[in-house]
Design a protein around this ligand. Structure first.
Ligand code: ADE
Length: 421
């Protein structure tokens, strides 16, 4: 394999990374079937693609699929703490893909890596958090004419992009992969649900049964975390600002209350809102001694960490990804994974079975952008319904599950308005 430009931690980790990438491939059959078709049809032939994603074994299988489809791919990290260094090394050494990602990289290195991906002069961008799109718009508007479109993986990125569209600032079309049902109903809910608890347990080794767990945000991610925490025997409180979601949480059986109240009551706090400073100084001030706080949203802004630092007299790392802060009031608070997404920092992110669908959407969205080059407006598009349904059908098939079909009589009934009781 000819060496490609890269910046990864240790190429000596490549063999271990390759084993893990191949292991997870078996759990991603929908993506594997797309890769097979891409190999034959070459829908991305000659296209440069810059992907800014969490560098995991699942992502490795996505970039292999894109490369099989003819794309010239460069991959950089979409978070400084989520990179799996063995996977990054394997992608370079075993699959010939340029990777710029090191777990624990500082902010300067993080942006240097994003700039390396932008310097690839992509025809297609692929983001998880809209960082490549932001850097292109802010610093390289000269490249916009070369870009056919982009894709976006996560809720936070879609929020940013919709704000750009509303401002008239978005300069090329973007497909919001997050909005596909086969993405958020599974990845956000079951993926975040399981991997967030996995990260918390790996970091702390606490027993969730009997704990009072507060989940801030009752979107698909928060729903997943609340559901799985309850499944572990935790007593779950939901914190929301949206009346409809709060009502849903109540009827799903959770306690719902303002964060100021939950702060005094709960033992473990998980933020999943996509907004900033959800847990603030005044909340940490009244938390119980030994409270644990963490975040599973995309950016590390949901917990006001500067406030926590200012109100503390000391801090030390007590386990990997677990920092102990001693407050001026004498109490202790534990912060996990520096307030970055705990599921990808302290654990390995969502398992392959759900990333299979998320990344099938990514691959097919990239193909859609190339196929429809020049015909899309500078807007945020949802994944076309036929692609979403195709992925759901393929997933069921690979799980060996068959379902019923409407009879002609049923189809006719649904299409008619004359038939009554
Ligand atoms: N986001 C959440 N989990 C992920 C994973 N395993 N790989 C890539 N992106 C992710």
């Amino acid at each position: 394999m000819p060496e490609v430009p890269h910046d990864v931690k240790d190429m000596g980790l490549a063999a271990r990374g390759k084993l893990k990438i191949e292991l997870i491939e078996k759990r991603m059959p929908v993506l594997a079937s797309i890769r097979e078709r891409f190999e034959k049809e070459q829908p991305l032939a000659g296209k440069r693609l810059s992907a800014c994603l969490h560098v995991t074994t699942e992502t490795a299988n996505l970039v292999r699929c894109l490369k099989a489809g003819g794309a010239d791919v460069v991959l950089c990290a979409s978070n400084p703490l989520s990179t799996q260094d063995d996977t990054a090394a394997a992608l370079v050494a075993e699959y010939g893909i340029s990777v710029y990602a090191i777990k624990g990289e500082d902010n300067d290195t993080y942006y240097k890596h994003i700039k390396a991906a932008v310097a690839h002069h992509p025809h297609v961008t692929m983001d998880d958090g809209a960082d490549v799109i932001s850097v292109v718009h802010a610093e390289h508007p000269d490249q916009i004419g070369e870009i056919l479109g982009g894709t976006e993986e996560t809720t936070t990125g879609v929020i940013r992009l919709r704000a750009m569209e509303a401002d008239g600032a978005l300069q090329f079309p973007v497909v919001a992969v997050n909005e596909a049902d086969t993405k958020h109903l599974f990845d956000n809910r079951y993926g975040t649900g399981q991997s967030t608890l996995d990260g918390i347990i790996r970091a702390t080794n606490v027993l969730l049964a009997g704990m009072q767990v507060a989940v801030a945000g009752y979107g698909w991610c928060g729903r997943g975390v609340a559901m799985r925490a309850q499944g572990h025997g935790a007593r779950v409180t939901v914190i929301e600002v949206d009346p409809l979601r709060a009502l849903e949480a109540v009827m799903d059986g959770y306690d719902v209350m303002p964060i100021a109240e939950a702060a005094r009551k709960c033992d473990l706090f998980v933020t999943a809102t996509g907004d900033k400073h959800v847990i603030r100084g005044e909340h940490m001030e009244v938390m119980k001694d030994g409270a644990i706080i963490c975040n599973t949203g995309h950016f590390n802004v949901e917990i006001d960490i500067p406030a926590l630092e200012a109100m503390s007299t000391g801090r030390r790392t007590v386990r990997d990804f677990m920092e102990e802060f001693t407050l001026k009031n004498g109490r202790i608070i534990y912060l996990l994974a520096e307030g970055r997404l705990v599921n990808l920092s302290a654990a390995e992110g969502h398992p392959g079975q759900v990333m299979d669908m998320s990344f099938a959407n990514q691959a097919l969205a990239a193909e859609y952008i190339v196929k429809n080059a020049g015909q899309l407006e500078n807007k945020v598009y949802i994944v076309p319904k036929d692609i979403d349904e195709h992925i759901a059908a393929l997933k069921l098939e690979t799980m060996g599950i068959s379902i019923d079909k409407l009879t002609p009589e049923q189809e006719k009934y649904l299409a008619s308005w004359q038939e009554g009781t």
